[in-house]
Write a protein that binds this ligand. Structure first.
Ligand code: DLZ
Length: 163
């Protein structure tokens, strides 16, 4: 269950002049698009509210969550891109697809971040059913797309402080 500490959808991030120079990529899996497109739109809305212009947000899609790490790597290899937000939704089914896709995606995304030295944000829901996903894509647990976008900005602020 989400708690106040875990639910980051209510932001405490102030607009920062660093944000005017950023370029953020968002790659979204089309599988479970009712969920993922809502998360993507919420992420874009959050970034725009923080002062980013439309041309600072690069948006692409991939077929499924399994494809997110490679697409994130391609986007992160672009020198202009400062961070990549990955968005997907894997819903547990009757086969072991769920485990393979979740493990591969989580490990792949972490590896892309370490390899490219850029924040690659894991905005992937891994739920037991559609209802749990809906609750986290604009429902009672907020919208995890917003949290992913906020995490990208927070990581870039941290990077700018440390480098
Ligand atoms: C095959 C598959 C299955 C069963 N379930 C999901 C899912 O719940 N969420 C998702 O994003 N993608 C799913 N996929 C598709 C895989 O991510 C991938 O696109 C295909 O296996 C092709 O590589």
């Amino acid at each position: 269950m989400a708690t106040a500490l875990k639910n980051l959808s209510k932001t405490d991030l102030a607009e920062n002049k660093l944000f005017k120079k950023l370029s953020i990529a968002i790659v979204t899996a089309d599988w479970n698009s009712e969920i993922t497109h809502s998360m993507r739109d919420a992420a874009i809305g959050f970034l725009r509210n923080q002062g980013l212009k439309a041309n600072q947000i690069l948006v692409q899609t991939v077929p499924g969550t399994f494809e997110l790490p490679l697409a994130a790597q391609w986007m992160a290899e672009n020198k202009k891109v400062d961070a990549v937000i990955t968005i997907g939704c894997v819903i547990q089914g009757e086969t072991r697809h769920f485990d393979f896709i979740c493990d591969a995606c989580a490990n792949g995304i972490m590896n892309v971040g370490l390899k490219t030295n850029k924040p690659i944000i894991f905005g992937v829901l891994t739920t037991q059913n559609l209802e749990q996903a809906q609750e986290r894509a604009g429902g009672k647990h907020g919208n995890k797309g917003i949290e992913a976008a906020e995490t990208a900005l927070k990581m870039l602020l941290l990077k700018s402080e440390l480098h």
